[in-house]
Each structure stands twice: as structure tokens, then as C-alpha cells.
Design a protein around this ligand. Sequence first.
Ligand code: NAD
Ligand code: UD1
Length: 339
Amino acid sequence: MNILLTGGSGYIGSHAAVVLAQAGHEVVIYDNLSNSRADVLERLGRILGQAPVFVHGDVRDAALLEQTLRHHRIDAVMHFAGLKAVGESVAQPLAYYDNNVIGSQRLLQAMQQCGVRTLVFSSSATVYGEPQYLPIDEDHPTGATNPYGRTKLHIEQMLADLAVSDASWRIACLRYFNPVGAHESGLIGEDPNGIPNNLMPFIAQVAVGRRPQLSVFGDDYDTKDGTGVRDFIHVMDLVEGHLAALNFLGGNAGWHAFNLGAGQGASVLEMVHAFEHASGRKVPYQIVDRRPGDVASTYSKADKAWQALGWRARRGLDEMCASTWRWQQADVKQKKESL
Ligand code: NAD
Ligand code: UD1
């Protein structure tokens, strides 16, 4: 199939490009480079033997989208493009509604115009809001706690409405838990701008010496060791889940939601120790106050994806940490070389 990846030069989209191309699909990346760099294309070329086609564009540009969908005879879209920083979304809600909600609406309109009706959407476990029970299955009530989460919920609802209006749409909303890790080559990975908000990139930057120590946000939660528990999922498992969802949509019309998680939780300190083991480096840390808005524990029930898609996460914490470490070292080396 010919598959358009909006946001395809970003962290998750670039890994999806690898898995899809290796499964024999033609991949077209459509990205405005607001949170990624064009050199990802060259690195994808090194992994795949040939770089995917790249279109520099914004998902809010309906005309360019239509032109791209037609010109490349696109059969299906994976929609990764979006802004994703929770704190920033609180400070700049309009930018988030514009980019995420309006961007998705324009994309859907362009797809409808061009007769492309298969979509895999990057949703998030954030649509479940505060966990009311664990593990979280797809029937858990939804409700977001910040503007970023609300954009994901609005988009999911828009997609559900669309599927009701026209039974030929095939839509999968994939609710990611905590994606971490990198491709085994060390050529692509997560490269956050500025100080990382998320745990794994922060640990990696401490291990490599870019930051002196990790702040662990609270050790008095009601969890196995008092620190927060999350459902970390290897990014390669996550993108294999996208391929499985695409195959599923081939035989199933309508709107579908799936959790993509490992189905089990790991604590912050377990992650620190796994990273120390994988890297052979110490990760100094200090316990500080809880981060406002954090919950003690959240993790998925991932049975629906296993039953319907035949997919489940296979890679463990060691592989998540080892691949992040490989990428972190290579990334630092590449940045030094380009100075
Ligand atoms: P990322 O920022 O690395 O990738 C997103 C890409 O989209 C970037 O390359 C950016 O340049 C591009 N983009 C943003 N706005 C665009 C626009 N208007 N037009 C065209 N391109 C645009 O983020 P990621 O971690 O790869 O996340 C991908 C998707 O998955 C996002 O929708 C995000 O909300 C969702 N998600 C991510 C996580 C996570 O932890 N990484 C968790 C849950 C859901
Ligand atoms: C955060 C986002 C969520 C998003 C997800 C992407 C918030 C409130 N939620 O979730 O919307 O989908 O990232 O993966 O921002 N921690 C530390 N020290 C740090 C960083 C994190 O102790 O420097 C702890 C946190 O308190 C938490 C755990 O590590 O217990 C994971 O944090 P993080 O990686 O930010 O993910 P989430 O909070 O689950």
C-alpha cells in the first residue's frame, strides 16, 4: 500500500516508517518539521537502503494535502502530526486546538475529497483521565485533565462521528501508554528540545553526562517502592502495533480504539536501575516533591489488541533501556561532529 505518515519525521512516525517500509509498503512522510529535523530522512535512508519520499507541509494546509494524497495515490494515512507537551498545552491552548484539532479536521476533509478512508490515529492513554480502576481497558471512562488530552479526545470523537456518517471509513484510534526506546541501529530515536519532561530521555541525558542528576517526583505513593508506576512500551513494539492495526482495518470498517501498552507497570526506580544495568553508568538521583497532576499508577489491559490485532508488546525494560542508551550515545556523537 501507499501510506502517508503525517508527522512521519518525528519520534514515533520515523520508527513507523521503518516497520512499514520493511513490510513492503511505500511510505510518504508529510511533516512541517516543527519538532523534527530533515536529517531523519537521510538516517532512514541508511536503515532502509533508500529514504522515504518527503513532503514538507503542514496538516492544516488542505490544498497541499489533497495534492499529496492524489499525486502519491495514497491508500491509507497514519496521523502522527501533533503537538504533545502537556505543560505547553496549558500555557498555549489555542495553539494545541489549532494544530491538533483543526489540523486533524483538515486532514479528514482532504482524505474525504480524495476518497482515502483508512486512518490510523495516534491517540493517547491521556484520554482516560484519572484512572478509576487498573488495569485500564478500552471501556474505561474517558475524560481529559489538560488541553493536550482534550485535543486527543475531541479528535477521537470527530473520528467516531465520521465513521457513523459514512460506513466506508476504517479508523483505528491507538491509545499509547508510555513509548520509550529507539531503533536498534541507534540512528533514530527521541530527541526532545530543551530539558526533557519525560522520564526516559531525562535518565538517558543524566547517564551520558548532559545533566547532573534525575529528580524523582515523589517516593511516597502507594506503589511497590513508593515511586510512580507507568506502562512503558518499546517504540518498536508500538509501531508494529500500527502495522497490525492497518492489517486489521483491511477486514474491518468502522471506528475502533485499542490500547497499545505492555500491560504491566514499572516504577521510576525500576527504570533507573534497568538503565544503570543497560548502560553500565550510574544515574544519580534525588527524591523531590510530587509533580502536580501526576497519578500514582497507571497501566493498560492490552488484551483487546491481542485478540483483534494479534499484537502484543514483546520487548522488556532491558531492551528499552539498551536501545535508548545506544541512541543517546550516537546522538551525542553526531551533535559533537556537527559542531
Ligand atoms: P514528535 O513531536 O516527535 O512527532 C510529531 C511530528 O509531527 C513532528 O515531526 C512535528 O514536526 C510534526 N508536526 C507537528 N505539527 C504538525 C503540523 N501541523 N503539520 C505537519 N507536521 C506537524 O512526537 P511523537 O512522540 O512522535 O508523537 C507522535 C504522535 O503520538 C503525536 O500525535 C503525539 O501526541 C502522540 N503520542 C505520543 C506519545 C509519546 O509519549 N511520544 C504518547 C501518546 C501519544
Ligand atoms: C506524560 C504526560 C502524558 C503523555 C506521556 C507521554 C503529564 C502529566 N503526562 O505522562 O500526557 O502521554 O508523558 O509519555 O505530563 N518522573 C520523574 N522525574 C522526571 C520525569 C518523570 O520522577 O524527571 C516520573 C513521573 O513523576 C512519573 C513517571 O516518571 O511517575 C513517568 O513520567 P513521564 O515520562 O513524564 O510520563 P507520564 O507522566 O506518564
